[in-house]
Design a binder for this molecule. Structure first.
Ligand SMILES: O=C(O)CCC(=O)C(=O)O
Ligand SMILES: [Fe+2]
Length: 324
């Protein structure tokens, strides 16, 4: 396999096919010509930086009205002992009623608005690339009134460095939703796992966005799109600017039944996953370690590697922790 990140021009005529290829081979790609407003992105970056510069107590108290797991967090990722040299702010769609600084709330809401638009376009292209008649099916799932869309701003300051260079910024994991859209500043650290298990560093590019396939998309497509394992390795050096990333997670409504989509299956196809409600999956995911292979309990067939789709092969290779 190509040991480089696929780059896709969202405005090119062949973008749907290229996206389908990238989602099958890497579960990840870089998108250019995405059309996101640079001013809105930079405003959120500046507001987030000011927020993260506040004393710890202020950060905690100004997001205390956002009930857990939303709000500000530091070092701990989830509730199961995972730690990283990261602090973050996790919010859902409308933040204007929060006690967070008003300029930050506005910046988050504005960013959410533009990121939803481009995520919607990418989800349509993901469906088109699979040859689906209803190209709105994935976008429809994440853009219902009760859908589970989240925004997470991650900051990796030197002051939180846990150990020497090479230490964990954000431990390896897959994102549970359909897809994630990531924008970072120009500081490196993100890595993705290839099918053979090797880690490929992703060169940062503040002008582009990066798309991750998540667990739900892997199930809906019966493994044709693979949920990519990724992590952030902390950077060395005091003089270096700290990494700041903003990640949009496109999740469905809690009541959405997630199962391989019948119109993507041929009669002779093996069905690899049994179904689950998104709400249950999300709750279960919250109870596992970050690196857990959360889809494993839903795998129907553990076939020989040769017969296994790429996604399931990776799943089996990467099963390091048993979900609770
Ligand atoms: O900060 C990054 O680059 C990645 C963060 C991430 O994977 C996440 O928030 O799920
Ligand atoms: Fe992630």
């Amino acid at each position: 396999m190509e040991a480089s990140i696929p780059v896709i021009d969202l405005l090119s005529p062949g973008s749907a096919g290229a996206i389908a290829d990238a989602c099958g081979s890497h579960g990840f790609f870089k998108a250019v010509n995405h059309g996101m407003d640079v001013g809105i992105v930079e405003t959120l970056e500046a507001e987030a930086r000011s927020f993260f510069a506040l004393p710890e107590g202020d950060k905690l108290s100004s997001s205390a009205d956002l009930s857990k797991p939303l709000g500000y967090g530091c070092r701990s990722i989830g509730t199961n002992g995972d730690v990283g040299s990261v602090e973050y702010l996790l919010v859902s769609t409308v933040n204007s009623n929060s006690t967070m600084p008003i300029a930050l709330c506005n910046a988050l809401d504005e960013y959410m608005r533009i990121v939803q638009e481009v995520a919607g376009r990418v989800l349509v292209l993901m469906a088109e690339g699979l040859g689906m008649k209803d190209t709105d099916v994935f976008r429809g799932m994440v853009q219902r009134n009760d859908s589970d869309e989240l925004l997470r701003v991650n900051h990796y300051p030197h002051s939180l460095r846990l150990e020497a260079p090479g230490s964990t910024g954000f431990g390896e994991h897959t994102d549970p939703q359909l897809m994630s859209l990531l924008r970072s500043n120009s500081v490196s650290g993100l890595q993705i796992a290839l099918l053979d298990g090797t880690w490929l560093p992703v060169a940062p590019d503040a002008e582009s966005i990066f798309i991750n396939v998540g667990d739900v998309m892997q199930v809906l497509t019966n493994g044709r799109y693979r949920s990519v394992r990724h992590r952030v390795v902390a950077q060395a050096g005091e003089g270096v600017l700290s990494r700041l990333s903003m990640v949009y997670f496109g999740g469905p409504a809690p009541t959405e039944w997630i199962v391989p989509m019948p119109n993507l299956l041929q009669p002779q196809d093996t069905i690899f996953y049994k179904g689950f409600w998104w709400g249950d999956y999300k709750t279960a995911a919250g109870r596992t370690k970050l690196a857990a292979c959360r889809l494993e309990p839903f795998l129907l067939h553990q076939l020989a590697a040769r017969e296994t789709p790429q996604s399931a092969t990776v799943l089996l290779l990467n099963t390091t922790t048993t979900p609770e």
